[in-house]
Design a protein around this ligand. Structure first.
Ligand SMILES: Cc1cc2nc3c(=O)[nH]c(=O)nc-3n(C[C@H](O)[C@H](O)[C@H](O)COP(=O)(O)OP(=O)(O)OC[C@H]3O[C@@H](n4cnc5c(N)ncnc54)[C@H](O)[C@@H]3O)c2cc1C
Length: 533
């Protein structure tokens, strides 16, 4: 059996950061296992997300079970399956969330997770190229983060309209305060995606004490009693085992981390026994507490020509955009999936925003290889509550690491989520109907002006909404009966085993989840190294 000090399972947003920091000390022998490939040719090119979102070569392509509030639709659950994990296929928008998100985690009893506690890790992980206050921003970390200027007429117009709807322009929503509208900060530098594969793994390929195995699927954890001692994994049908003298860190993400725990006998005893799995540790919370952003995309036509990429990125325009990218790494090919966002309050008097609006710069339609630019000129604006209370679950359906788990979101099962979703759509409409938008000659096509009452809007949401790909929470951190890991990210009841990824988040962030996942990886590595010192 191969032997290491640490084994990290999953080289995604968090796992790449964990492996980077643990292997910085040449005395630590580290094995990093990744189920997916080393890379994909579309990953470095920002617009390549359109070729990755339905691509089995880089994506687990999960889908949720049909449920009542999706009108029986199976909601797609894309997840990155390559080095860098979902950071290698995501929309590249960089959002930390609010200070209050982390303070809430601390108030739930998680020592060391208040915003003041996690801020040093957020700063340590980034090289932020925008302006802003160094109290909040890091300048020397591995992850390159940029802040595009709102140069296009389209974005300038939306900022003006938002101002008329009472939403201020706040270029650094990752700084002192989140509320306001801004261009999305991006993990893009010089037109290239800044995944954790590129930023955390590429620079350390030469480390002799780090072994990276790709196409290596972790199938089960190995134990000596209540101590995790290693991992069984497979490469191309060949079974292997590796021993960890110190610790195993599971970083498989919100879908796969609970899956690996359950396959290894950690979870709800009755469920595991029914599948013939020996129970190693009863933990009823494994796979529970699943949360995500259920986000309807309102759709708008733009009458004025030359404003959106539907006009500027088709036909000869597409050739121009391709050349612009090839020569200068700029333009349509170099953008995030949602280049503008607004963090807004659903009502006066709230301490912090509770709703998100996010704009695209074109209309797309489904194509044979993924979404493609639509003929009609327009854009989408998604609108949703940032901290939904609806909770679902993810569980294995067989004692087989190759079988996808069953995913149930229970979207809109908590009444405030439905109410806030309607409110978010009404605020999106108020921006789009503000006087500054008039020159764009907008027509609302979805939900459509014929849908005005709360019930009519909700009815549309149930048939149209998808997620913004932010599942979290299935190996929740905490000390209550449903917690899976403690505030050091150690699995309750098992020695030598931690989970570090989006699955440990007790609640969903007020924003996107890549930055928080990387921070979790950074913080986990710090705790592991301190424990060993
Ligand atoms: C299409 C899409 C768009 C998104 N857009 C944004 C965005 O613009 N901004 C943002 O902040 N967030 C975005 N997100 C979400 C964000 O990228 C994720 O929340 C974040 O990357 C999760 O990090 P993680 O470490 O928890 O998991 P991941 O990054 O998904 O990493 C898990 C890794 O573990 C590997 N793995 C899993 N199981 C095993 C196993 N058994 N053995 C070996 N390896 C295994 C996986 O292949 C994967 O590489 C998006 C996500 C997607 C899918």
């Amino acid at each position: 059996m191969e032997s290491y000090d640490y084994i990290v399972v999953g080289a995604g947003s968090a796992g790449a950061a964990v492996a980077h920091r643990l292997s910085a000390d040449p005395r630590n022998k580290v094995l990093l296992l990744e189920a997916g490939a080393a890379s994909h040719p579309w990953s470095p090119i920002p617009i390549g997300i359109a070729r990755l979102i339905t691509n089995p070569a880089a994506n687990w392509l999960y889908s949720a079970e049909p449920e009542a509030n999706t009108n029986g639709r199976r909601i797609p659950v894309p997840r990155g399956k390559l080095l860098g994990g979902s950071s290698s296929i995501n929309g590249m928008v960089f959002v930390r969330g609010q200070a209050q998100d982390y303070d809430t985690w601390a108030q739930m009893g998680n020592r060391g997770w208040s915003y003041q506690d996690v801020l040093p890790f957020f700063k340590r992980m980034e090289s932020y190229a925008g302006g802003g206050d160094d109290t909040f921003r890091g300048r020397e970390g591995p992850l390159k983060v940029t802040n595009p200027e709102p140069r296009d007429t389209f974005f300038q117009t939306i900022i003006a309209a938002a101002g008329q709807a009472g939403i201020r322009h706040n270029p650094d929503y990752n700084g002192a305060a989140q509320d306001g509208i801004a261009m999305s900060q991006a993990t893009i530098l010089k037109g290239r995606r800044q995944s954790t594969a590129r930023c955390y793994l590429d620079p350390i390929r030469g480390r002799q004490n780090l072994r990276i195995e790709t196409r290596a699927l972790g199938e089960a954890l190995l134990f000596d009693g209540k101590r995790c001692t290693g991992v069984r994994y497979s490469i191309g049908g060949e079974r292997r085992e590796a021993a960890a003298a110190r610790e195993v860190v599971v970083c498989g993400g919100t879908i796969n981390s609970p899956q690996l725990l359950e396959l290894s006998g950690i979870g709800q005893p009755e469920r595991l026994q029914a599948l013939g799995i020996e129970v190693r540790q009863a933990l009823p919370g494994v796979g529970e507490n699943l949360r995500d952003h259920y986000a309807p995309r309102t759709r708008w036509l733009v009458g004025k020509r030359g404003i959106t990429y539907n006009d500027r990125g088709r036909g000869l325009g597409l050739v121009y955009q391709a050349l612009r990218y090839a020569l200068f790494r700029k333009g349509m090919f170099a953008n995030t999936g949602a280049p503008m966002r607004a963090f807004v309050k659903s009502r006066e008097g709230l301490e912090a925003p509770d709703l998100l609006l996010g704009w695209s710069a074109m209309l797309t339609e489904p194509g044979p290889k993924g979404p493609r630019i639509a003929k009609q000129a327009g854009f989408t604006c998604y609108a949703h509550p940032m901290r939904p209370e609806s909770k679902g679950h993810i569980h294995i359906t067989a004692a087989d690491a190759h079988r996808p788990p069953a995913i149930n979101f229970n979207f809109l099962s908590a009444p405030p989520d439905a109410e806030l979703t309607v409110r978010a759509i009404r605020i999106a409409r108020s921006v789009m109907n503000a006087p500054a938008m008039a020159p764009l000659q907008l027509t609302e096509i979805q939900p459509g002006t014929d849908r005005q009452t709360d019930d009519e809007i909700l009815d549309w949401v149930k048939g149209a909404a998808e997620t913004t790909y932010h599942p979290v929470g299935t190996c929740k951190m905490g000390s209550d009966a449903m917690a899976v890991v403690d505030d050091q990210l150690r699995v309750h009841g098992i020695a030598g085993l931690r989970v570090a990824d989006a699955s440990i988040m007790p609640t969903l962030m007020s924003g996107n989840t890549n930055a928080p996942s990387i921070m979790i990886g950074e913080k986990c590595a710090d705790m592991v190294l301190k424990a060993a010192a």
